[in-house]
Structure formats: C-alpha cells, structure tokens
Design a binder for this molecule. Structure first.
Ligand SMILES: Cc1ncc(C[n+]2csc(CCOP(=O)(O)OP(=O)(O)O)c2C)c(N)n1
Length: 370
C-alpha cells in the first residue's frame, strides 16, 4: 500500500519529463485542500463536470451490482474507488482519439459518451452492448489481460503512417504489467516513438494477487525508463492530478513527443467481479473503511468544490435525483430491446470463420448443442 509520505505536492511543472521525477503527483489533499497554482490550470466548470460524472458513474456502478444480485445481469466488474482515474483521464481525450478500455473501464467509456444503455446491454451479454456511436473511437472492452496494449500501439503506428494526429489511450491494471504483451507494446512504442499513452490503474490487486507479489519494482511508472519514455506516477484518487498528468501526456503524444506510461495509484472498493469474494484474500472491511475515510476520490472532489462554493447539499440532491431517473430510464430501454440469439456469438470475430467454428455453428443451428 502506498505510504502517505510517498505522495508529494509539487509546486509546478511544464513537461512530462518533469512529472517523471516525482514520487507521485497530488494536487488535492484528502481534506480538499489544494495546491492553488496547479489547481488554477483547471476551470471551475471542468471541476464541476468531472465531479458530476464521477458521482453519476458511481451510482451506475452500484445499480449494476444490485441488478446482478437480482439475477437481471450477468457477472459484473465494479469500479467503485477508481472514478477519478477513469473520469479525469477520459475527459482529456478528443473524439478522434482511440480508447482501448478493459472490462473495468466502462466509467471511462461512459465519460466519453458511450450511452448508459449500451453498457447495461454489454453486461447483460447482448451483442449491441459492443456497439459504439460512429463519432467515437472506442474499442470494445478487452477481457484478455494486456492484449489490447498491442492493438493500441498498432493504431498509433497506423496514425503515424496516415499522418493523423490521433492518440491511442490504453487502460489496464497492475496485473497487466506482468504480461509479455505489456513489454512488447511499450518496447515497440518506445522504439518508434509512437503517440500512445499507457494508463495503468494500479488498484493494488490482480484479483487476489497483491501488488507486492506482482512486481519487484516498487512502482510501475519507474519501468518507463527502460523503454525510453516518461513515466508519471499520480495519485489516482485525485481527479485534478489525473487530469493534469493525462493532459500533459496526450498533448505530448499528439505533438510528436512520443509515448508516456502513467501509473494512477488507486483502489477498488469492492470485489474483482461479482463472482469474486474479496474476504478470501484481504481484510475487506478494514481496508474499505480506511479507503472510504481517507482515499475516496468522490468525497475528495466534493470537499474541494464545497470549499470553493461550487457545490452544496442542494445541488448534490438534485444531481442524484437526475441521475436516478437516468439509471431507471436507461435500464427500462435496455430490457425492452430484443435479446441476442446464442448463434450470434459466432459473428464479428473472424472475417473468414475457421472450419471448427463453422462446424460448431452448424451444430448449434441444428439444435445439436442444446
Ligand atoms: C491473458 C489473461 N490471463 C488471465 C486472465 C484472467 N484474469 C481476469 S482479470 C485478471 C486480473 C487482472 O488484474 P489487473 O490487470 O490488475 O486489472 P484489474 O482487474 O485489477 O482491473 C486475470 C488474471 C485473463 N482475463 N487474461
């Protein structure tokens, strides 16, 4: 677990390289006190918008767990605790940029504009849960760990060849950094100086494996130097710090400055998925109590906004009521749509399906696998 003294306030910075030198960037303290110089780089409107979105996705996350428990949704991967990391990074992207999320990053995808109903449908196992509005470049959530980092690098390479100024933004967890794909992706991006941001949410656990068993390196950001790129460690529960770090890295990538590895130190409050029991591998009650008291990203931003007179109980109540309606309406729309047929699982994977899958598809169509 991250010691408080590892997180330092920093008086100011101008480049990603400067951020690299930091133990971890933090702008807003848990009690809402902020480094005013750094805070001044974010407008009040941006702060309010990020807070509203963080609260919106938190309520969505809780709703999904409730729906799963009622048997209305399949297995679900909650992200409560990681709202700042996901929301404050996603708001930095332009529509044309390519986002590569995992199964836990639907808060990031929703922040970019993926409809709530689509995310419900995804977790209900419906095919249209993978569809993305034409104006957004968001890949389907990647479930195999770290494979999408190579896709992100490929898209960045394509952007280079086509002379486009799009950036690939890859989300992944601490566990992904133990995969060979992580190494290959960072190595290629480093050698070819590609416009990619590798955004690791280090939530301290890969299912049941704690970070100390995952990596002998005390930080993930540190590994960046081995690939010839900047590595930034940021307090992932500080929306302002995440925002500034991502903006810096994206701006750099878009302007020919090459890739960056960002490590956002955070935690997931809940289980790995609804199929997981975290009490088997950690003192869930004690950790949760401490995290919610000291590290809750939503609470931290609310304290800041309140202290600046930008938010109050009345606005909070109104916003919760508005989101509550949205949650219910989007759910009603999601269940009213026709459900996918099992045979559709064979679609959209291969342009030319291998013989063994053709065989299985025929069997299923003929009722042979029923
Ligand atoms: C290639 C691969 N190996 C194993 C798994 C099984 N698996 C699913 S989630 C997970 C842990 C991933 O942890 P991390 O990368 O830290 O992301 P988090 O779930 O914490 O967001 C594993 C090992 C998988 N999906 N893909």
């Amino acid at each position: 677990m991250l010691a408080e003294n590892e997180l330092l306030q920093h008086p100011g910075f101008t480049s990603a390289a400067e951020l690299t030198a930091l133990p971890a960037l933090r702008v807003v303290q848990p009690d809402g006190q902020a480094n005013e110089e750094l805070l001044s780089r974010v407008s009040d409107e941006e702060l309010i918008a990020m807070y509203q979105q963080m609260l919106r996705v938190r309520l969505f996350d809780r709703k999904c767990i409730a729906l799963q428990r009622q048997g209305k949704m399949g297995t679900y991967a909650p992200f409560e605790g990681q709202e700042a990391a996901q929301v404050a990074s996603a708001v930095c992207l332009a529509n044309k940029d390519w986002m590569f999320p995992t199964y836990r990053d639907h808060a990031a995808a929703m922040t970019r504009g993926l409809p709530m109903q689509t995310v419900y449908r995804y977790w209900m196992g419906q095919m249209d849960g993978f569809s993305v509005p034409d104006e957004l470049n968001i890949l389907p959530p990647c479930v195999p760990i770290a494979t999408h980092l190579l896709h992100g690098v490929g898209a960045a390479w394509a952007a280079r060849l086509r002379d486009e100024d799009t950036v690939s933004f890859c989300y992944f967890g601490d566990g992904a950094t133990s995969e060979g794909d992580f190494h290959e992706a960072l190595n290629f991006a480093g050698v070819f100086h590609l416009p990619v941001v590798f955004f690791c949410q280090n939530n301290g656990f890969a299912i049941s494996v704690p970070f100390a068993r995952q990596s002998a390196s005390p930080t993930i950001a540190k590994r960046a130097s081995a690939y010839g790129m900047d590595g930034i460690r940021v307090d992932g529960n500080d929306a302002v710090a995440v925002y500034l770090a991502c903006q810096t890295a994206i701006h750099k990538a878009r302007n020919g400055g090459g890739p960056t590895l960002i490590e956002a130190v955070t935690q997931r409050f809940g289980a790995h998925t609804t199929a997981d029991d975290p009490t088997r591998y950690r003192d869930q009650a004690a950790m949760n109590e401490e995290w919610r008291r000291e590290r809750d990203a939503v609470q931290r931003l609310r304290l800041l906004l309140t202290s600046k007179g930008l938010w109050d109980d009345n606005r909070e109540e109104q916003w919760i009521a508005k989101v509550g309606n949205e949650l219910v309406n989007a759910w009603e729309e999601a269940v009213a749509k026709p459900f996918s047929e099992p045979i559709e699982m064979f679609d959209h994977v291969y342009s030319k399906m291998p013989a063994h899958l053709e065989e299985q598809k025929k069997l299923l169509a003929g009722g042979g696998l029923a």
